[in-house]
Ligand binder design. Structure first.
Ligand code: SF4
Length: 356
């Protein structure tokens, strides 16, 4: 079995690189042109836990609104959270804004060009630092994500299940990274994992590394990488309260800064608890009407079920939040969970916004 040759993969990349708005095409990078570090950083932060297809429109929106890092640093955090809404993991948006202000205030608007320098910034972990260092500055760094782990586990037939094999896969990936064009090479492995060495039924017939792939040689491409089964995510339950004032405005509340959906607006709910039966924790006395069905939402580590109750209330009795008309909800950074609750309510009570 041949050792995988980075030069073969680079040749493939020169012809098949994905065209991405934050990228410099390989032909131009061969002439020494590098991608804009601001674009690379923005895309890499957005791509954490999300797909390229989901990120594209957000990336465009951010660049239209804040073409330079100075513009982003000068923006209000709430504005950034609003444009980010829908991408999830809102702590990343807060860190994004914080990072922009630090890069402008302490680095003159220029990103550090080393992994260590990048890692000192908020929201930039080992993977993102390596990705920015290699793609934006052509450093010899190896970001290793799920795609790259999969490619390595198949090339080298690593049978230890994930996540125990992570360190070994990272070392294999680092050893294979060439001194020449490391930035393009890293993007080439990313592209291979995203378009050819895909999770199910890898497209080995068109793979440039087929001749040096251990899994292909012994017919194990469909079983690698092995994974230790994940434990079931715990299920939490709570009741959300849709409170409507006399003039039709609805009460929204900001969640605590720390914890899930930190600082985001929500339809007020009771504590999210691992309980069998939904616990009523109505914040005010009212003629609550329970809406049929549930709102279900999945976070990385837990699942959530919300029952929704709605009522007309006296607006003066509740000051913990803001009263907003449904047609003005877009002015707030509503996370996906809150949007689900809103859709759920409106599908039951329609424009009346509260049971009559
Ligand atoms: Fe992946 Fe198949 Fe290529 Fe091996 S030959 S790296 S399994 S696509």
């Amino acid at each position: 079995m041949n050792t995988p040759d980075p030069a073969i993969l680079l040749k493939w990349y020169d012809r098949h690189a994905r065209r991405l708005p934050w990228r410099v095409p390989p032909a131009r990078s061969r002439k020494g042109e590098r991608a804009d570090p601001y674009h690379v950083w923005l895309s890499e932060v957005m791509l954490q836990q999300t797909t390229v297809a989901a990120v594209r429109p957000y990336f465009q929106k951010f660049l239209e609104r804040w073409p330079r890092i100075h513009d982003l640093a000068a923006a209000e955090l709430d504005e950034v959270l609003t444009v980010w809404a829908g991408l999830g993991y809102y702590a990343r948006a807060r860190n994004l804004h914080k990072c922009a202000t630090i890069v402008v205030a302490e680095h003159g608007g220029l990103f550090p060009d080393t992994e260590d320098g990048l890692r000192a910034l908020p929201g930039i972990g080992p993977y993102t630092a390596a990705a920015i260092a290699s793609i934006a500055f052509d450093c010899h760094a190896t970001p290793v994500d799920g795609n790259i782990e999969r490619v390595m586990s198949r090339l080298y037939v690593v049978e230890t299940p994930m996540p125990a094999s992570k360190t070994a896969l990272r070392e294999l990936a680092a050893d294979l990274t060439p001194a020449s064009r490391p930035g393009d090479y890293v993007q080439a492995v990313m592209d291979l994992g995203a378009t050819v060495c895909i999770p199910r039924s890898p497209r080995c017939a068109i793979c440039p590394w087929r001749g040096s792939c251990g899994a292909f040689a012994i017919g194990m491409t469909d079983v690698l990488p092995r994974r230790t089964p994940k434990p079931e995510r715990p299920l939490r339950r709570a009741v959300a309260y849709w409170m409507v004032r006399g003039d039709g405005a609805v009460l929204l509340r900001r969640r605590p800064e720390s914890g899930l959906l930190g600082g985001m607006m929500e339809v007020p709910s009771g504590p999210w608890e691992e309980i069998e039966i939904f616990r009523d924790a109505a914040p005010v006395k009212a003629d609550w009407v329970e809406l049929p069905g549930l709102v279900e939402h999945g976070f990385t580590h837990l699942r959530l079920e919300l029952k929704v109750k709605a009522a007309r209330v006296d607006g003066r009795s509740k000051s913990d939040g803001v009263w907003v008309f449904v047609e003005n909800f877009d002015e707030y950074a509503l996370p996906t969970l809150t949007r689900k609750v809103v859709r759920h309510v409106l599908s039951h009570v329609g424009k009346g916004v509260a049971p009559s």
